[in-house]
Write a protein that binds this ligand. Structure first.
Ligand SMILES: Nc1ncnc2c1ncn2[C@@H]1O[C@H](COP(=O)(O)OP(=O)(O)O)[C@@H](O)[C@H]1O
Ligand SMILES: [Mg+2]
Length: 253
């Protein structure tokens, strides 16, 4: 099985304080991996280290089976960082922001072709913003702005999508739209690593969960049931999008 990401004995420290400790993780093609854990447990640091954005003090990272220091195929990866604040004060439209996601693919000097325009159009439609494409991002809700960033990552047609808390503080409609976009991306052969507090409507799309606790992986396997899940009045509302293989899938690993 092809690995998209492999961390072996990874460690990260900030000013001598260990934040990730001897952490090993393999993400395979087709995984939809949720990274769960308390605030400050090291989730963002884990994905930042995986993408070479923070240095490891120990251990190694491979992306697409290439050691990080030799990896150059960045266009294969779409990354949506935590709280990027798209359009804060920037008058760009949804279409312009999403089209920026094609730059790595087409190069800065070549004008966009039909293939670029289609990728941008499809990505905007995938996150349910087709009717807002010409609107300035600043006029959108927080959730719609977050969807714009996700569409920008999708427009680059990555093989791996890495998202840090894509649904935090996002309205229910945007969460549903994102879950749908993720499903389409995964059905097209994409691999996903996402950090989340609450999975909500993403739950049926996620195939595997890693729980980070204090810089180490405390769980790697089926998505854990949140405490009090069945008492949650919203419980039923996650099921209309459940995959055909249903809940039993979690138990087959
Ligand atoms: N660039 C940094 N410099 C110093 N400390 C950091 C830095 N990034 C994160 N930390 C610290 O590392 C710990 C883990 O942070 P983070 O990975 O952001 O956690 P999470 O995403 O799980 O909330 C926290 O204590 C945080 O304050
Ligand atoms: Mg974080």
């Amino acid at each position: 099985m092809t690995s998209v990401l492999r961390i072996e004995h990874g460690a990260v420290a900030f000013s001598g304080r260990p934040v990730l400790r001897d952490l090993s993780l393999i993400v395979h093609t087709g995984d939809v991996l949720a990274i769960l854990g308390a605030n400050g447990s090291g989730k963002s640091t884990l994905i930042r280290a995986a993408l070479g954005l923070v240095p490891l003090s120990d251990g190694s990272v491979e992306l697409f089976e290439t050691p990080l220091r030799r990896f150059r195929q960045w266009r294969r990866i779409g990354y949506v960082p935590q709280r990027m604040g798209a359009g804060s004060g920037v008058p760009a439209t949804v279409r312009e922001v999403v089209a920026a996601g094609r730059l790595g693919k087409r190069g800065f000097l070549r004008p966009p072709g039909a293939r670029d325009r289609k990728a941008v159009h499809d990505a905007i439609a995938m996150v349910g913003l087709g009717s807002r494409a010409k609107d300035p991002v600043a006029t959108l809700s927080g959730g719609q702005q977050q969807r714009t960033l996700i569409a920008r990552a999708l427009a680059g047609e990555p093989d791996l999508l890495v998202l840090d808390e894509p649904t935090a503080g996002v309205d229910a409609a945007s969460q549903e739209a994102f879950a749908h976009a993720l499903r389409v991306f995964v059905d097209g052969g994409g691999t996903v690593v996402l950090v989340a507090h609450e999975l909500g409507p993403l739950r049926p799309v996620v195939t595997r969960a890693v729980v980070v606790h204090d810089g180490v992986i405390a769980h790697d396997g089926p998505v854990p049931e949140p405490a009090g899940h069945h008492a949650d009045p919203d419980h039923d509302h996650v099921h209309p999008h459940a995959p055909d293989h249903g809940e039993g899938f979690w138990g087959t690993r």
